[in-house]
Write a new protein. Structure first.
Length: 271
């Protein structure tokens, strides 16, 4: 079966039709990576693969994070009986990119739908390359040298606006990190770096920081830059974490939604 790629919106998202054997062999890996770079998100429907095959496919696209769950599979669920860090995963309901506190944020992540909630649970992605490209030139210059402090603590205020002292101290155990507002990639392309972990902009007042971060997030998440994935059981979706933000839409904690995730390790420094 020849690979077939259908673009779903002008800026982001592709459905790829390809047989499992081709994916496992890696014969289409270069094509898939190129589309990930350009389109941010790709997905495959109806593959009917196992956890082992998911990890094997991931290995054709890059190096997997070995500590990610058991044998490369991490279970995404808000059920504490399935995932002990379910409370932390509630932060995934807000726009973010993964690994903002790491020297090398994840290159990509692969998500496979095991069980769906009857209500909500779709995943939205926005193309932060395209969002930067479309900014007015004056604004590009204005933000090109600015840096923002990112922290796990900041992201948790979205989940629990009135955290207790003990909760604040717990989240402050994770070190914060200074990141550029504009990430210049090895390819020369540039993307916006904002989202739920972005706390404040260095050198700006609290008020100016909050206004700028909210404005850039709103710009990057305009409908024209966003793809919403309506999951079907068995879907295998991959997103380029370095050029997108994502969020899950709210769903009940007891709704049974379960995703199996495999992470592809970061390939370029964020400094």
């Amino acid at each position: 079966m020849a690979i077939k790629i259908d673009h779903l919106t002008p800026y982001i998202g592709s459905e790829i039709k390809c047989d499992v054997d081709s994916l496992l062999s890696g014969s289409e890996a270069e094509t898939i990576r190129a589309d990930l770079e350009e389109r941010g998100v790709v997905f495959f429907r109806g593959l009917e693969i196992s956890d082992e095959q998911q990890v094997a496919i991931a290995r054709t696209l890059g190096n997997i994070v070995e500590s990610e769950g058991k044998d490369g599979i991490y279970k995404i669920s808000l059920d504490k009986g399935v995932n002990q860090r379910a409370e932390y995963l509630k932060g995934s309901l807000f726009w973010h990119f993964d690994g903002s506190l790491q020297p090398r944020p994840n290159y990509a992540a692969m998500l496979r739908a095991i069980k769906l909630s009857t209500v909500g649970g779709q995943t939205e992605f926005c193309n932060t390359y395209a969002a930067f490209d479309d900014l007015p030139e004056a604004e590009k210059r204005e933000i090109s040298t600015l840096r923002a402090i990112h922290s796990a603590e900041r992201s948790q205020y979205y989940v629990t606006p009135e955290m207790s002292y003990e909760e604040v101290k717990f989240w402050q155990q994770s070190p914060s990190k200074s990141c550029p507002l504009v990430w210049t990639h090895q390819s020369g392309r540039k993307s916006l770096l904002v989202g739920a972990t972005a706390d404040y902009v260095e050198g700006l007042s609290v008020e100016a920081s909050r206004a700028l971060l909210a404005r850039l997030r709103d710009w990057a998440t305009q409908p024209k830059y966003v793809y919403r994935h309506e999951w079907q059981v068995g879907d295998l979706l991959i997103w380029n974490n370095t050029g997108t933000m994502h969020r899950a839409l709210p769903y009940p904690e007891d709704g049974g939604r379960l995703m199996h995730r495999t992470i592809l390790a970061g390939e370029e420094e964020l400094h």
